[in-house]
Ligand binder design. Sequence first.
Ligand SMILES: [Zn+2]
Ligand SMILES: [Zn+2]
Length: 60
Amino acid sequence: MSDEQTCQRCGEPVELDREDFELFERMHPECFHFAFEHDLNKPGLSVDEDCGDPACPAAS
Ligand SMILES: [Zn+2]
Ligand SMILES: [Zn+2]
């Protein structure tokens, strides 16, 4: 397909519905989280650390 969706943050293909892709600013949901939400409360927080958000990909 010519309109392959590519993540604006990591450059990998994103397999989401177009609508959801736009919703996440043309990123993976987890990339969107790291880009906009992850260090909101703790600036400079490492991507390996849980930011406290239940949706945080770093939470195990
Ligand atoms: Zn990504
Ligand atoms: Zn987080």
